[in-house]
Design a protein around this ligand. Structure first.
Ligand SMILES: [Zn+2]
Ligand SMILES: [Zn+2]
Length: 121
């Protein structure tokens, strides 16, 4: 729990309230209305802050990118290993059993890592 908290910083847009009141007369600002795909012409009150999705705590942008890149990278590795396995099996390579054992362990650990971490995020 402490590790997750360290990655967040108080949202400056909504002063940690999670509700945007940066517009006129404490209405929600245009940016947040746009974030919720609402018309700019109308005024909305108490919209969830679009900067932090209404939780009052925002993630640094790099953290968000990491969370998106890691699963993609992991899936890319798994995909590549599967292609290699397929190619080796087709060509009847003598190293196929070794490669199968190696990539099987690697794919297993990548998937295990991905699933245990995605639950916390
Ligand atoms: Zn906010
Ligand atoms: Zn706002």
């Amino acid at each position: 729990m402490h590790e997750i908290k360290a990655n967040l910083h108080p949202c400056r847009h909504c002063n940690e309230t999670g509700t945007c009141s940066n517009g006129k007369e404490r209405a929600s600002c245009n940016a947040c209305a746009k974030g919720h795909e609402l018309s700019k012409r109308q005024r909305y009150f108490g919209l969830p802050c679009a900067a932090c999705n209404g939780i009052g705590q925002a993630e640094p942008k790099t953290e968000r990118i990491n969370k998106r890149v890691k699963p993609v990278l992991a899936m890319g590795i798994v995909f590549l290993l599967l292609i290699f396995m397929f190619a080796l099996a087709l060509t009847g390579n003598s190293h196929f059993p070794e490669f199968l054992a190696f990539s099987g362990t690697l794919i297993g650990s990548i998937i295990a890592f991905y699933f245990t971490h995605s639950k916390q995020a």
